[in-house]
Design a protein around this ligand. Sequence first.
Ligand SMILES: C[S@@+](CC[C@H](N)C(=O)[O-])C[C@H]1O[C@@H](n2cnc3c(N)ncnc32)[C@H](O)[C@@H]1O
Length: 209
Amino acid sequence: MAKLKKRLWIQNHVKDPHVKKSISEGFRSRASYKLLQMNEKDQLLKPGMAVIDLGGAPGGWAQVASKIVGKKGAVVSVDLLPIEPIMGVHVLKGDIAETSVFSRLQDSMGTKNADLVMSDMAPNLTGINDIDGPKIIHLANLAVVVCEKVLTIGGSLVVKLFHSDDAHGFVRRLRRVFNTLKVRKPTSSRSSSSEFYVVAKGYKGGMRC
Ligand SMILES: C[S@@+](CC[C@H](N)C(=O)[O-])C[C@H]1O[C@@H](n2cnc3c(N)ncnc32)[C@H](O)[C@@H]1O
């Protein structure tokens, strides 16, 4: 069953128009189009911004972000997996839940706070809601902890979630710490996936959500 699922996934992946497009346009992953589409709608990225990219491997979002923020901006990408160097991006390998990894992230930002925290972090999914749900919320909460420590007041967060009761509770809690919240499902996100993103703007600071 698992083998069949994997074979079907590979077949769909190869036929996927966003995969073909990403190869021809030099993006490392089809995920780039999710950020590009959200950015078109929500104007998340601007030249000169400092951006933190959580769950950055293989680097599709970082490529998009570094192009837009330009030389005056900064992008720091963190992942459990290695990320091949990307021009204008500081890459870190490690688990963002670990204090030492977070310290390296802060060091690489210097005295700057982040204008935008992006989290496309995802666990290895089992397909079993009771197992996957808490893992996903844990990763989303880690993104919020990063916001509490380094997001500038008025800054933005984009965070990946998967539909579940817990995720909807998380979104309600986020409303307390950001001025505006939008739920996004970019067309480049597979309709078969229950993933969606929350775009939160106008960080108020302070309390943990
Ligand atoms: C969907 S992929 C990200 C794709 C990426 N945004 C891109 O554009 O190429 C999710 C990533 O989250 C990473 N991840 C999961 N848990 C993490 C953690 N605790 N710390 C850092 N990265 C994590 C995984 O290793 C995986 O590479």
